[in-house]
Design a protein around this ligand. Structure first.
Ligand code: AHR
Length: 672
């Protein structure tokens, strides 16, 4: 089947199903029953090598994923550079003019504003309260590091008192900083709360009468990932580390493109001193009328340096995606004129120098000054996120030509637009781009799918007949939508996760073509999200992986090194009798790995005839199952749907396993 025909079929299934919720699983049995199925596995026949990059992470600051999430900073609008300078802050003062706050705009775009505090009559007190990101998560007994940039203008304001409060307004920690003088300086102290609070706040009180300037008011818990200053939330990084990801894509997503070009992601604004990063409105601030987030900005406390560092920490290949001179085509679709593309070309070239250049280059030197003299070993780069049309190709070509002229080994990721079922003339646009990609031969092409669970099950063979054009496939954003694309009613339920498990068997079977895949979006703050479903949910203190997370984890923790044939009646298992499967050989561990999805409301006795190897005496299994397709994990029951480990003796060298109804089972067994 050629791609056009596949797409015609795909439109039929996708367009209808994407906006309506189909029935759950393929089997029509209503009572529990038992079935049996036999499979042939050829252990020493190789279909494809599995790239170490295969299972990775898609990162975007959506749903308060970074500011208010991964970035452990607890103070919102710490530099008073949001649209409203006091957004997130409340003035603490008596009635009258005795205490006034003046935002001062500077001429420095890298530090656009600070706050002047003028206290003539403090009354019962003069200060500011910060609300945090839907509150502040404060932990009993844990030191929290406070800092503030301050200078004296006149008078005798000599100290600042800091209070952390619980949700009832009771003070649970306090401290003071003093020594304010007429030079900007950073004053620091530590506060240790007497209780744990998910919705805390912080007050800062100015002692004395006079005028002071303040900036970069900051509070971090001291238990950040690896204990780093300006660090990340350790529980959230741990969830990522547990995935053992092959790559880390950043910074998005539509955030790369921006609502318009002025709001696009500009990596150079996100590196260097934290207080000199250019605060920018987050495009998800106003994207959805049903989930407005007027307080959503990007501080870039996590910028490109921190993304590279995180990729290194996780042992993942860094995968930056750059703007190609086009704003989001779901929004303004603003274009940079072709004769003004140079800054975009320079951004790409300079980024490679920042990541890989020697420390005597301009950008390599900055990397070293930031703490990483060794290169980050960047190998691939995306040019454009979800772009389409000839305007994309016209901008892609000069940028890529310039990259290749200087860095021929950097692999280029090209886009095919968004999910073809959700953007104007999507499938036609995708066809157009594929013709261009066949001509231009990017190393990697990025495809996205936001469809309903039935689509993912019905298309577990999506890539089986895909034309091999020479470009590898990156299935860079995908997730089953239980109600409709980005519907606020979508749930990370077992139905979606099981359908994704089925689709993943198809990605794995086609690992010769599909060399990378990532679920999207990654994170969501329970009180601040815009888009659901998401892989990991968190609040100010806690976090949990969804059923979808555990499905991804089972695949990424058990990739194997080579895809091998697993067939039923001489055909790959792509939904026959409600079953989906893939098999790999792990040459490092000397093991056979089978991933098998049972979408029946019946258990299945699966027996495997394995050619080319002798089986070990014990098979280990990790099983995810639930009879309730609507079930999902919560803060209270974060592992309600998660893998359970089992093991079983293998009788007479013959491998068989009982697959539970509605289950994903990953089998591992020694093979000689
Ligand atoms: O994953 C959420 C959004 O979906 C991404 O920002 C965008 O690339 C896609 O449309």
């Amino acid at each position: 089947m050629n791609r056009i025909l596949k797409h015609l079929l795909g439109i039929g299934a996708g367009a209808v199903l994407a906006y309506g919720c189909g029935t759950a699983m393929s089997d029509t049995k209503t009572t529990e029953d038992s079935m049996s199925a036999s499979f042939q596995v050829n252990y020493d026949e190789t279909i494809a090598k599995i790239e170490p990059t295969m299972y990775g992470i898609f990162f975007e600051d959506i749903n308060f994923a970074i500011d208010g999430g991964l970035y452990a900073e607890l103070v919102k609008n710490r530099s008073f550079e949001f649209d409203k300078p006091l957004r997130g802050w409340t003035e603490l003062k008596d009635k009258g003019l005795g205490v006034r706050f003046f935002p001062i705009n500077t001429n420095n775009p890298r530090n656009a504003r600070f706050m002047r505090v003028q206290i003539d009559e403090p009354g019962s007190g003069a200060g500011l309260a910060n609300e945090g990101f839907r509150g502040m998560g404060l932990k009993e007994g844990l030191p929290h590091d406070f800092s503030i940039q301050v200078r004296d203008i006149d008078g005798n304001v000599s100290a600042i008192r800091i209070e952390l409060l619980d949700s009832n307004g009771q003070v649970i920690a306090n401290s003071r900083v003093e020594g304010i003088n007429n030079e900007w300086q950073t004053l620091t102290t530590s506060l240790t709360p007497s209780k744990t609070e998910a919705k805390g706040t912080m007050n800062i009180w100015f002692e004395g009468v006079g005028t002071v300037d303040i900036d970069m008011v900051s509070l971090f818990p001291s238990d950040t990932w690896k204990g780093r200053k300006n660090g990340l939330r350790a529980d959230l990084v741990q969830l990522l580390a547990d995935l053992d990801p092959g790559f880390l894509r950043f910074p998005g997503g539509c955030i790369v493109e921006g609502f318009d070009l002025s709001q696009r992601y500009q990596w150079k604004n996100t590196v260097g001193d934290v207080d000199e990063r250019v605060v920018t409105i987050n495009r998800w601030n106003f994207e959805f009328d049903h989930r407005p987030a007027p307080d959503y900005y990007q501080s870039f406390g996590v910028g490109f340096y921190e993304y590279f560092l995180l990729a290194e920490d996780l042992g993942a290949e860094p995968m930056p995606i750059l703007n190609c001179g086009m704003a989001c085509q779901f929004n303004t679709g603003e274009l940079v004129p072709l004769d003004q593309l140079d800054p975009y070309v320079e951004d790409a070239l300079d980024l490679i120098e920042f990541a890989n250049g020697s420390t005597d280059t301009k950008w390599g030197k900055l990397r070293a000054e930031m703490g990483h003299p060794e290169p980050f070993n960047l190998k691939m780069l995306g040019v454009g996120n979800e772009q389409w049309g000839p305007q994309y190709v016209e901008r892609y070509v000069p940028i890529v030509d310039a990259i290749k002229a200087q860095y021929p080994d950097i692999q280029i990721i090209a886009a095919t637009g968004s999910d073809g079922s959700i953007f104007p003339n999507g499938e036609e646009e995708i066809e157009y781009l594929w013709k261009e990609w066949k001509r231009l031969k990017p190393e990697i092409v990025d495809e996205h799918f936001y469809r309903n669970p039935d689509w993912f099950m019905e298309n577990a063979d999506w890539y089986d007949s895909y034309e091999r054009t020479g470009s590898k496939l990156f299935v860079g954003e995908w997730a089953a939508q239980s109600v409709g694309v980005a519907s606020p009613d979508n749930k990370n339920n077992w139905e979606t996760a099981l359908s994704e498990a089925a689709f993943l068997t198809g990605l794995e079977r086609n690992a010769d073509l599909v060399t990378m895949t990532s679920y999207a979006p990654l994170f969501a703050h329970a009180d601040g999200w815009q888009w659901t479903p998401d892989l990991i949910w968190f609040n100010n203190l806690d976090s949990y992986g969804t059923a979808n997370y555990y499905v991804q984890k089972l695949y990424s923790n058990n990739p194997g090194t080579h895809v091998i044939p697993l067939e039923k009646d001489n055909k790959p298992v792509t939904g026959q009798d409600g079953l989906y499967a893939s098999a790999t050989r792990d040459e490092n561990a000397g093991e056979l790995i089978i991933k098998i999805v049972n979408t029946n409301n019946a258990s299945v006795n699966a027996s495997f005839d394995v050619l080319g190897a002798e089986m070990g005496a014990t098979v280990s299994a990790q099983v995810m199952s639930s009879k309730d397709m609507e079930a999902y994990n919560t803060f209270e029951e974060g592992d309600k749907i998660s893998p359970r480990s089992e093991s079983q003796k293998v009788e007479g060298g013959k491998l068989s396993y009982d697959l539970e109804p509605y289950s994903l089972t990953v089998l591992r067994i020694e093979a000689k």
